[in-house]
Design a protein. Structure first.
Length: 424
């Protein structure tokens, strides 16, 4: 049959829904509770479209076309409806996308990822992540006021994770004899100055294969951002030596680099003074970093959560980290759509009473986190004697009885639109 979508006439295929027909024609309609290859029912209303004939907002994932139907997928009214649905879902999503320590870090350091590698004994990988983000990590540890430790969720339970000390331990494992220049791209680059922004720009240019020279008018590196009494001289010497081993040249001169001599010249002129933020700005000078995605967060732990997360009842790894970021933060459709629709934070307070960071072990490396569940029903409809609904209305929950855990297979995880079902 023939219908119109946004005033364009299309021909539908037998059995397909409005969502499927629209996507086939290239219209980007979001959905969280839909899966073409699985049983699903309309619940999230993210796929909302408008029936032009009567103005009704309808779910496209379950609505079948009718001959002559006129559908609107892009009007302000439709987008407003989808945004409202997203905000309501987020109010029922008691979870962090990124750990608070990362959002607080001026250098955007993914502390939880570093701690995971550290706790797994992957010291080299943890150090690489640390240096690729902060460039001069040990130096920053001595001069930073540690907002990451101040906001650490574990500080609500007991002592915060000693993030700076972990970083220092990682830097102490540096093996200079195993640091070599990256593969060359055949181009030369000059960077003026030797503040954190300049060193960061030089580092990331070098990683891209440039032959980099830092042009510094003064006699020393990092002055005046680092005072002699703040950082042990051997720490600064080590971090500068790392840059040299990578192939970066240091040239102390009052002259300026010549455009004829270099393929690119970077002249950092930062207006900020926070060293870690300068490192991030230096990175941005040489590489276009993606804008920050939506970040779900919640208030402090409740008394019940604090009791459950005490050291005696909640065994922790050697770093002491709670790993409060989400395992699915790079593969979460709820987060992706919240970013796409420009949501900064939900206008509604959190209504989910499930305990944050409460993880039910399913087995075979699979976990269920009820606080992240948006009750789309995909795991219920597609598990045989597995997940089920409990109660009705606003207090409805998705639960997995312990005796049903053995019936859950890994394919169910791929249906989950959030990090509520994950595998480690």
């Amino acid at each position: 049959m023939k219908i119109q979508i946004n005033n364009k006439e299309i021909e539908t295929l037998p059995g397909e829904t409005l969502l499927e027909a629209a996507r086939r024609e290239g219209y980007n309609i979001p959905s969280l509770c839909y899966s073409k290859e699985a049983k699903h029912k309309s619940s999230c209303m993210i796929c909302a479209v408008r029936n032009v004939a009567n103005g009704q907002i309808i779910p496209s994932c379950t609505t079948l076309p009718v001959e002559g139907m006129q559908i609107d997928t892009v009007s302000r009214e439709v987008l407003k409806s989808r945004t409202l649905s997203l905000e309501l879902l987020l109010s029922d999503h008691r979870a962090d996308c990124e750990a608070p320590c990362k959002t607080a870090c001026p250098g955007n350091m993914d502390v939880a990822a570093m701690n995971r590698l550290y706790d797994q004994g992957k010291i080299k990988e943890a150090l690489t992540l640390l240096r690729d983000t902060l460039v001069i990590p040990a130096t920053l540890c001595y001069i930073c006021n540690a907002p990451c430790e101040k906001i650490c969720r574990k500080g609500d339970v007991k002592a915060s994770v000693p993030i700076r000390e972990i970083k220092k331990k990682l830097v102490a494992t540096t093996d200079l004899d195993k640091i070599f220049p990256p593969a060359s791209n055949g181009k030369k680059a000059a960077v003026t100055g030797s503040d954190p922004a300049s060193l960061s720009a030089a580092y990331h240019l070098c990683r891209q294969g440039y032959d980099v020279t830092i042009w510094e008018k003064g006699d020393s590196i990092l002055t005046p951002y680092v005072q002699a009494e703040q950082v042990p001289s051997e720490i600064i010497a080590l971090e500068i030596e790392v840059l040299k081993r990578m192939g970066i040249h240091l040239k102390h001169t009052s002259e300026a680099p010549s455009p004829e001599e270099y393929d690119t010249i970077i002249i950092p002129q930062p207006k900020i003074k926070q060293p870690a933020r300068l490192v991030l700005e230096g990175h941005r000078l040489v590489e276009q970093l993606p804008p920050a995605p939506f970040n779900s967060t919640y208030n402090r732990f409740t008394d019940t959560e604090k009791e459950r997360l005490t050291m005696d009842n909640h065994p922790l790894p050697s770093s002491g980290c709670l790993y409060c970021d989400c395992d699915a933060k790079t593969d979460c459709r709820l987060r992706d759509y919240a970013t796409e629709y420009g949501i900064k934070s939900s206008r509604y307070s959190k209504s989910n009473t499930s305990e944050a960071l409460s993880r039910q072990e399913i087995g075979r490396g699979m976990f269920f986190e009820p606080a992240k569940c948006i009750k789309c029903g995909l795991c219920v409809y597609n598990s045989d004697n597995g997940f089920t609904f409990k109660s009705r209305g606003f207090i409805m929950q998705v639960v997995l009885p312990e005796e049903n855990a053995c019936n859950i297979n890994n394919q169910i995880i791929t249906l989950c639109p959030t990090g509520a079902l994950n595998q480690r």
